[in-house]
Write a protein that binds this ligand. Structure first.
Ligand SMILES: CC(C)(COP(=O)(O)OP(=O)(O)OC[C@H]1O[C@@H](n2cnc3c(N)ncnc32)[C@H](O)[C@@H]1OP(=O)(O)O)[C@@H](O)C(=O)NCCC(=O)NCCS
Length: 151
């Protein structure tokens, strides 16, 4: 069945966030800062009625970028990116991210950045993102790298 990508609410991300990104933790832990801001948007991937993936895009400035950018540059952060385990490796994550980038470009956003789990770094590199800075630990989750891409 073809995958469709559509905008969803913050609450609608929880079912996928919970089983992919907050495994074994209370459902309340699925909430992320900025989820309900007017500038934030959430994309869901669906196979028919089945919700199989999520990604959240939050207006937010990066820290410690390794180069200087125009003072009026506009930035977004990717958060809560996940695809349910039995649907991974089928191009759904790439599709979600590409849809998000399309929307950001249409809104003249200059750069997308995020904290990537070390296991997901090769996925993002395949899509043209670059690591910057040193590895760091996020409590309960593990090692991360900052990554970015100019849009
Ligand atoms: C990371 C994640 C979102 C990727 O989504 P996905 O749907 O599995 O990835 P895709 O099938 O779209 O992969 C796109 C490309 O990246 C590659 N890729 C995906 N995950 C990879 C990995 N861990 N290592 C190496 N390559 C990977 C795929 O092989 C594919 O390459 P291709 O275009 O040459 O075929 C998904 O695996 C996931 O939810 N993982 C667990 C949660 C997580 O780590 N989220 C990210 C938090 S920062």
């Amino acid at each position: 069945m073809p995958i469709t990508i559509k905008e969803i609410s913050a609450l609608e991300t929880y079912s996928v966030r919970h089983v992919v990104l907050r495994v074994g933790r209370p459902i309340e832990d699925c909430a992320m800062d900025g989820d309900d801001l007017e500038t934030t948007f959430h994309l869901g991937a669906f196979e028919g009625d089945l919700h199989v993936g999520v990604a959240t895009f939050l207006k937010s400035e990066p820290v410690d970028l390794p180069f200087s950018v125009a003072s009026d540059a506009s930035y977004y952060q990717l958060r809560g990116m996940g695809v349910v385990a039995d649907q991974q490796g089928k191009g759904i994550g790439a599709k979600l991210l590409q849809e998000g980038i399309k929307k950001l470009k249409a809104n003249s956003v200059d750069l997308l950045w995020f904290n990537a789990r070390i296991k997901a770094v090769p996925f993002y590199e395949r899509l043209g993102f670059e690591k910057y800075g040193s590895a760091f630990e996020v409590p309960l989750i593990g090692t991360h790298f900052k990554m970015y891409k100019q849009l």
